[in-house]
Design a protein around this ligand. Structure first.
Ligand SMILES: [Zn+2]
Ligand SMILES: [Zn+2]
Length: 333
């Protein structure tokens, strides 16, 4: 099968012809039709995350169809459309797993990091961690739901009932969460890079009440924020603009240092926090919610061979919505 392989960090991915994988017990062999590209992939490729399996097939927003269930795998039928997210396996035994927090599992394995992912024509996944894909979403449009959507959704829950919510960094995740938050009756203030007027117009179009640059002061204090951009200083920027009781949540796996700040800015029961990974429950909840909003995803599509260009698009930030790779054997371009 064709795959784009990371052989060494800080090196471009290389197109390779790999042996076809086969499904082990409890796994499904999946013919990949689309795979979303996440900022986390960039952190893996660029060496910010230091322990990937190598060589590695990245990609943890996989949409495809089951071609062969492994021994004892009965959850999905041949031909059924499934999604594979970042959380690929958990131990079920550690104190986190036993307390409903499998997202924090000590021994978790992640798709496209510890396990081969979806920048390939075929992938195998433990069927217990896969999700059925809601009908009505073409494969490419569904892919960003699997990380940008559902880890963003977990972050939104951590923000609590915040009425006025700031979204810092308007990429794949924010463009989905903006729609969800507006649907929940929240008031969204979207922050983009300075001068990104197109991005600000895009945010308003998706339900943001106000959009401006992260250097601007929002029209009102915010009751909560999700910081998607990997910039620690935005945590304190959001804090400065927050009302008492606000929760400021970082949604990224890697971020530059958070600068120090006077305690009085945190006083008033403000909380700084982070979101890590997902639980299967998050996934099921979000997959049921997305079509009800309904969340519409805007995607920029690349071919499998163009995976390096797709990563570059996220690196430079010139993306409207989400970046997705079309991996299907039929979509060879
Ligand atoms: Zn991701
Ligand atoms: Zn565990």
């Amino acid at each position: 099968m064709r795959a784009m392989v990371l052989e060494q960090q800080r090196r471009p991915l290389r197109l390779a012809d790999l042996p076809e994988p086969s499904a082990g017990p409890g796994q499904a062999l999946i013919s990949v039709s689309a795979c979303g590209v996440c900022r986390t992939d960039l952190h893996i490729a660029d060496g910010d995350l230091t322990e990937p399996k190598l060589p590695l097939v990245m990609g943890h927003q996989i949409v495809g169809t089951v071609v062969e269930p492994g021994e004892g795998a009965e959850r999905f039928e041949r031909g059924q459309r499934v999604g594979v997210p970042w959380l690929g396996w958990t131990c079920g035994e550690c104190r986190y797993c036993r307390s409903g927090r499998e997202n924090l599992c000590e021994r978790a394995r992640f798709t496209g990091y510890d396990l081969d992912g979806g920048y390939a024509e075929l992938a195998v996944a433990d069927e217990r961690y896969c999700f059925p894909i809601p009908e009505g979403y073409p494969d490419e449009q569904a892919a960003p739901l699997l990380c940008a959507g559902l880890i963003g959704y977990r972050a939104l829950r951590l923000v609590g009932d915040a009425e006025r919510i700031g979204l810092y960094g308007f990429g794949a995740s924010a463009h989905i969460l903006c729609q969800v938050a507006a649907h929940q009756g929240r008031r969204v203030f979207a922050f983009t890079r300075k001068g990104d007027e197109e991005g600000q117009a895009f945010a308003r179009q998706l339900g943001a009440e106000w959009a401006g640059s992260s250097e601007e002061t929002p029209p009102e204090e915010i009751d909560g924020a999700i910081v998607f951009a990997p910039v620690g200083a935005l945590m304190t920027t959001a804090l400065r603009h927050s009302a008492k009781g606000a929760r400021i949540i970082s949604a990224g796996i890697h971020m530059s240092d958070v600068p120090s700040f006077p305690y009085e800015q945190l006083w008033g029961e403000r909380v700084l926090g982070s979101v890590a990974n997902l639980t299967r429950e998050d996934g099921e909840e979000f997959m049921a919610l997305a079509p009800r909003v309904p969340v519409r995803t805007e995607v920029e599509l690349y071919s499998l061979e163009e995976a390096n260009e797709a990563l570059d698009a996220i690196r430079t930030g010139h993306v409207h919505g989400a970046v997705v790779i079309g991996c299907g054997r039929s979509s060879k371009r």
